[in-house]
Design a protein around this ligand. Structure first.
Ligand code: NDP
Length: 335
C-alpha cells in the first residue's frame, strides 16, 4: 500500500516537502469492512485548510496521518454481505492506493449510470455545493445576473449552468484566455479574466444591470471588484475564499470592514456562508435526480482534469491552489 501523509504544516503555499510518500502493508478488513483498491482520488481546495492547525469547521489532519480525501475504489475483499468483490464504491479513503472502509460509510456506484469518477465531481460533493448554495441561498430569479468565480472548476461551472437553467444571466470569472473561452462554450452569457489588468472595467461591462447573486468562491481582489456592483437585495452565498487559503497574515492596508458592513446595510445585502454538508439530508436526492437529468439532456456539461499516479498528487494539489487545474481535479490511482 502506497500512501501520502502530512509531513509538515505548510507556511503559506504548500511545498512538496509538506507531504511524505510511504509504503506500508495492505490493511486487512474485519467483519463489516471492505478492502478497496482506490481508482480515483479527488483533490479539493478544502484540503489546504485541513493541513493547518487553525480552527475551522473540520479538525486538522494530524502530522504523520494520511491526507484525507474523497475516493472511488473497487472492492477487492468484502467482509460485508451487501457488497461483492468487483463492486465500485464512493468512500472517504484519502491519498492511498488501498484502504479498509466500514461498509456502512460507503455508497455503491452504478458504472452504467454515469462514469464512476463523476461521483467526486459534477454528481458529487462539488456539484452538490453549487446546487445547494445557489438554489437555497442565491435563489436566482429569471432575468437576474448571477456572477461566479473559479468558474471553470466543478463548483463554479455548475453554478453558472444551473443559473442558466433557472433563466438567469450567468457571468463567469476565470484565470486566463483558455478558461474564459471554455466558459463561453459552456453557455455563460459573459466571461471575464481576473488576471487581465482591465478586469474591473470588463466585469462592469459584463454586468450592465448590476449583480443580483454573487456566488463567492475566491474572495480577494475579485470580491473587491464585485462588491460595488451588487444590487439592492443581492444575495451572496459565501462558499469558498481560495485567494486567502495560503495567506500567512492579514493583507496590508486600511481596515475595510466598516465600509463593507455599511454596504451590507445600505444595499440590504444577504451574505450567508455555508458548508454543503448542512444541506445533504434534505437536498442530496433532489440534486442527484436533477443533475443526472441535466447531464443527460446536455444542459450541464463538465470538464475533468485527470492526473495519472498517486505520487503526482502533491504537485497537482499545489497547482490547484494557483489555478493550474482546468476542470475537476482528479488523480487516477489505478486502472
Ligand atoms: P476549482 O477546481 O475551481 O479550483 C480552484 C480554482 O480557484 C482555481 O482553478 C483557480 O481558477 C481559482 N483561484 C485560485 N486562486 C485564485 C485567486 N487568488 N483569485 C481568483 N481565483 C482563484 O475548485 P472547486 O470548484 O473544487 O472549489 C471552488 C471553491 O468552492 C473553493 O473556494 C472551495 O474551497 C469551495 N468549496 C466550498 C464548499 C462548501 O461546502 N462551502 C464545498 C466545495 C468547495 P482560475 O484559474 O479560474 O482563477
Amino acid at each position: 500500500n502506497t500512501r501520502i501523509a502530512l509531513a509538515a504544516r505548510p507556511d503559506g503555499e504548500p511545498t512538496p516537502s509538506d507531504f511524505r510518500v510511504e509504503t506500508v502493508p495492505i490493511p486487512v478488513p474485519a467483519e463489516g469492512e471492505l478492502l478497496l483498491e482506490i481508482l480515483y482520488l479527488s483533490l479539493d481546495p478544502y484540503m489546504r485548510g485541513r493541513m493547518s492547525e487553525a480552527e475551522s469547521y473540520a479538525d486538522p489532519i494530524a502530522l504523520g496521518d494520511v491526507m484525507v480525501g474523497g475516493t472511488v475504489g473497487r472492492v477487492i475483499e468484502s467482509k460485508d454481505p451487501s457488497f461483492a468483490n468487483g463492486d465500485v464504491v464512493l468512500s472517504f479513503s484519502g491519498w492511498q492506493t488501498h484502504a479498509v472502509a466500514d461498509a456502512r460509510h460507503v455508497r455503491k456506484l452504478d458504472p452504467h449510470a454515469a462514469p464512476v469518477q463523476t461521483s467526486l465531481g459534477v454528481l458529487g460533493m462539488p456539484g452538490f455545493t453549487a446546487y445547494a448554495g445557489l438554489l437555497e441561498i442565491g435563489r436566482p430569479e429569471r432575468g437576474e445576473t448571477v456572477v461566479v468565480a473559479a468558474a471553470t472548476g466543478p463548483v463554479g461551472s455548475a453554478v453558472g449552468q444551473i443559473a442558466k437553467i433557472r433563466g438567469a444571466r450567468a457571468v463567469g470569472i476565470a484565470g486566463g484566455p483558455d478558461k474564459v473561452a471554455h466558459l463561453r462554450e459552456l453557455g455563460f452569457d459573459a466571461a471575464v479574466d481576473h488576471r487581465d489588468p482591465d478586469f474591473a472595467a470588463q466585469l462592469n461591462a459584463a454586468c450592465p444591470d448590476g449583480i443580483d447573486v454573487y456566488f463567492e468562491n475566491v474572495g480577494g481582489k475579485v470580491w473587491d471588484t464585485v462588491l460595488p456592483l451588487l444590487n439592492t437585495y443581492a444575495r451572496v452565498p459565501v462558499c469558498g475564499l481560495i485567494a486567502n487559503y495560503n495567506l500567512t497574515s492579514a493583507p496590508e492596508g486600511p481596515d475595510r470592514a466598516p465600509a463593507l458592513m455599511s454596504r451590507i446595510l445600505t444595499k440590504s445585502l444577504t451574505v450567508r456562508g455555508f458548508i454543503q454538508s448542512e444541506f445533504v439530508k434534505d437536498q442530496f436526492v433532489h440534486f442527484l435526480a436533477d443533475m443526472s437529468g441535466w447531464i443527460a439532456d446536455g444542459r450541464v456539461r463538465y470538464r475533468e482534469d485527470v492526473v495519472d499516479g498517486l505520487e503526482n498528487a502533491p504537485d497537482a494539489f499545489i497547482g490547484l491552489l494557483k489555478g493550474q487545474n482546468f476542470g475537476k481535479l482528479l488523480i487516477k490511482v489505478a486502472q
